[in-house]
Design a protein around this ligand. Structure first.
Ligand SMILES: Nc1ncnc2c1ncn2[C@@H]1O[C@H](COP(=O)(O)OP(=O)(O)O)[C@@H](O)[C@H]1O
Ligand SMILES: [Mg+2]
Length: 303
């Protein structure tokens, strides 16, 4: 059974569609990374899924049910959306304890376990009002996992965490997904922070889910290319297009061209020499996913 399905999820604020027609599906044990620039619509989407705000159009299904009619399904969900409410004049431990009892988790050990997991044990008696942003972030994540949720929704969980805590968090989330089949939906505006974690990556841009990539597709998108350095890029691009029928290439500065079509280096060189283009260098390389993300969100901006 799907843990989450959304159908044409849309939010309009002041005539502006900030989330447009999002259809997404998350299965058991899947880690779905929602990646998008600031203002793309991530938080709004997560809030609609959590029923914190009402969609203008579309609907959400959680565990195959309509959450409006089945409030109890929220017991299976853990979430942390930045700046979530804490009892600021209470300590970290007291905050978790209140949530534990509220959620009907009987073992007090669980609170300690979560404090430990998120590196908060030494701050357990500190009041939340004295917490830094990173500490609140960790406390929020600890609280979201306290009641053994089957579906975790975390908005920018890696925000404000130092690298070691981030690494620990990644491991914790992977373990939850692998060992307990917890489904996880998390968002970020920094691709590298969720890239290694996600089994599916959804790219949201200007409120639209413009691409969804599974693991295999993710690898594919870390595109391979042949980079050539030439004395005349205009002549070289003419030869590529007209003589070699190669269209998927990018001209960079300093006489560099990246060719994404698969091409025989020897043939390419011969054609260039025939056309009086000098090739100084040829290198096989691979784009980072970050570049891919930037390139597709840029294309979208232009269109
Ligand atoms: N309550 C609101 N009223 C009006 N506009 C809003 C409101 N909440 C968010 N927005 C706008 O919706 C867009 C998406 O916001 P948000 O979902 O917070 O993006 P993200 O989380 O990806 O940074 C932004 O342009 C934001 O200004
Ligand atoms: Mg946000």
């Amino acid at each position: 059974m799907d843990v989450l399905r959304t159908f044409g999820l849309t939010k309009i604020y002041q005539n502006k569609q900030v989330v447009q027609n999002i259809d997404m599906t998350i299965k058991k044990g899947e880690i779905y990374g929602l990646i998008g620039k600031n203002g793309a619509g991530k938080t709004t989407t997560l809030k609609m899924i959590l029923h914190l705000i009402k969609p203008t159009k579309g609907k959400v299904e959680l565990f195959g049910k309509n959450p409006a009619k089945n409030q109890s399904i929220f017991e299976k969900i853990g979430s942390f959306i930045g700046h979530s409410n804490f009892y600021h004049n209470l300590t970290a431990e007291e905050n978790l304890e209140i949530h534990r009892r509220l959620m009907g988790v009987t073992s007090k050990k669980r609170t300690e376990e979560m404090l430990r997991k998120l590196n908060l044990m030494q701050y357990k008696d500190k009041k939340v009002e004295d917490f830094s942003v990173g500490m609140k972030q960790r406390l929020g994540i600890a609280r979201s996992m306290l009641h053994y949720p089957e579906f975790l929704i975390l908005d920018e969980p890696t925000n404000g965490l130092d690298p070691q805590v981030m690494k620990d968090l990644r491991q914790t989330l992977l373990k939850l997904a692998n060992d307990y089949e917890v489904a996880i939906l998390l968002s970020s505006h920094i691709l590298s922070e969720i890239d290694h974690l996600s089994s599916v990556l959804g790219i949201i841009h200007r409120g639209r889910l413009i691409e969804e990539l599974n693991y295999e597709a993710l690898q594919e998108k870390k595109k391979r290319y042949l980079q050539i350095s030439v004395n005349n890029v205009n002549k070289a691009s003419f030869i590529l297009e007209n003589e070699m029928k190669i269209s998927d290439y990018v001209i960079c500065n300093n006489g560099l061209i990246k060719i994404y079509n698969s091409v025989q280096a020897a043939e390419l060189n011969a054609r260039m020499v025939d056309g009086f283009v000098e090739v100084y260098e040829m290198v096989n390389a691979r784009d980072s996913l970050e570049n891919y993300f930037l390139s597709i969100t840029k294309e979208e901006d232009l269109s």
